[in-house]
Design a protein around this ligand. Structure first.
Ligand code: FES
Length: 220
């Protein structure tokens, strides 16, 4: 086994039969001190990307987004199959998927509004109402819960001066509970917009929140 020190306290250290370092298994941005911008983007192709600036009035499917839409549609044999990525695009632009946006998507993909609503409301990854610049989703499912997720959640609420599910007055934060984020080996896992922060403890929260506020000021 490698003698690279295992600095990430939540990492189980199991690299199987292969002589791999933690860096090789997980990527460098998980190693050592937690990067304040979070680890890997959770997005890959499966989750809607969330920008800091969310404009609920943004035009849909214009300009570069129109180009993206065209590209997305080429990937599927039928238009209806593009529903999830198209909803994701709406969320990326507007920060949430309103009933009006769902109707627009239905029209675009030749689907009934009821069908689109059924899909959009099934997935919790689609925000059904506006959220703050930073959507903080604290996993409170079993592994994280056993490792102090409730305290992490309470610390986020206190530090951002918000109530659960509400948006802070300055519009910077919405803090919610999330079901398992599939990072159970690294509790408590917190997804902030599109990035994962792992092994989070209450003591980390002030620094993370300060960093997020600075991002808003910088306009990142
Ligand atoms: S229980 Fe928290 S990520 Fe799975």
């Amino acid at each position: 086994m490698s003698d690279v020190p295992l600095k990430n306290p939540g990492w189980a250290g199991n690299t199987g039969e292969f002589d791999l370092t933690e860096e090789e298994v997980r990527g460098e941005d998980f190693i050592g001190e937690r990067p304040l911008h979070g680890g890997h983007s959770s997005v890959s192709a499966t989750m809607p990307y969330m920008l800091i600036e969310k404009n609920p009035e943004a035009e849909l499917f214009e300009g570069e987004y129109q180009e993206r839409l065209k590209k997305i549609l080429t990937r599927y044999p039928k238009k209806r199959a593009a529903l999830l990525p198209v909803l994701s695009m709406v969320q990326e632009l507007r920060g949430h998927v309103s009933p009006e946006s769902m109707d627009r998507v239905a029209e675009l993909l030749d689907l009934s509004p009821a069908y689109v609503r059924g899909v959009a409301t099934f997935y919790t990854m689609y925000n059904k109402r506006p959220v703050g610049r930073h959507l903080v989703q604290v996993c409170t499912n079993i592994s994280c819960n056993l490792c102090g997720a409730d305290e992490v959640l309470a610390a986020f609420l206190e530090c951002t001066s918000t109530e659960l599910g509400e948006t802070s007055e300055d519009g910077d934060f919405t803090v919610i509970e999330a079901e398992c984020l599939a990072a159970c080996g690294f509790p408590t896992c917190v997804q902030i917009n599109s990035r994962y922060f792992e092994n989070v403890t209450p003591a980390d929260i002030p620094k993370i929140v300060e960093h997020l506020r600075a991002q808003v000021k910088k306009g990142d």
